[in-house]
Design a protein around this ligand. Structure first.
Ligand code: APR
Length: 182
């Protein structure tokens, strides 16, 4: 499902983010940049050990990556040039700053993608798995934030594609995007 936002493409696709070609793929990482399950596990499995070697260097420099922030590595064997490791908030009660941290994740990921001259970016539904963020609330924040970035006059991205792993996630995102962009 595709939408036009200020002449740029906002796309929603069901599938495995590691199989879809892009200039930059956003990962749902943790503050320790240690890898894990879900998207993180899939990216390291498909991308190969070089990605973790680069993260080890990043970790040596910055220690931890706070929620809302992101770091960039190469993409190894993935069909991309870059992986943007974004750290989403762990959902607690919805009153502990989670919404702003999640929005910051998307803003910082798109900023880093543009700084690396990426034109096509793919993103998962950050924090909605292990980190427990309710899908609908997270999707609303994600779509509003990404639309806001694409509408910026200095935006250079051609397309942002949300890659959703299952039907409920896909339908939720499309329904919210239709409401917001109709
Ligand atoms: N492609 C696209 N989406 C995926 C994939 C995949 N291959 N695998 C899982 N997902 C979906 C999940 O269904 C969920 O909706 O990505 C969303 C985010 O889930 P997680 O990967 O669990 O990420 P998150 O909730 O942000 O938790 C991050 O989990 O894997 C660990 O190391 C990671 O500690 C970090 C935490």
């Amino acid at each position: 499902m595709e939408f036009d936002v200020a002449g740029h493409r906002l796309v929603f696709q069901k599938g495995d983010i590691t199989t879809i070609a892009a200039d930059a793929i956003v990962n749902a990482a943790n503050s320790g940049l240690l890898g894990g399950g879900g998207v993180d596990g899939a990216i390291h499995r498909s991308g190969g050990p070089g990605i973790m070697r680069e993260l080890n260097e990043v970790r040596a420099q910055i220690g931890r990556c706070p929620p809302g922030q992101a770091v960039v590595t190469s993409a190894g064997d993935l069909p991309a040039d870059w992986v943007i490791h974004a750290v989403g908030p762990i959902y607690r009660d919805g009153k502990s700053g989670e919404a702003e941290q999640l929005a910051a994740c998307y803003r910082n990921s798109l900023r880093l993608a543009q700084e690396h001259d990426a034109l096509r970016v793919t993103m998962p539904s950050i924090s909605t798995g292990v980190y427990g963020y309710p899908m609908r609330s997270a999707a609303q924040i994600a779509i509003e934030t990404v639309v806001g970035c694409l509408e910026q006059p200095d935006n250079t991205l051609k397309s942002v594609t949300f890659v959703l792993y299952d039907d409920p996630a896909f339908r939720t995102h499309v329904e919210l995007a239709e409401k917001l962009l109709a």
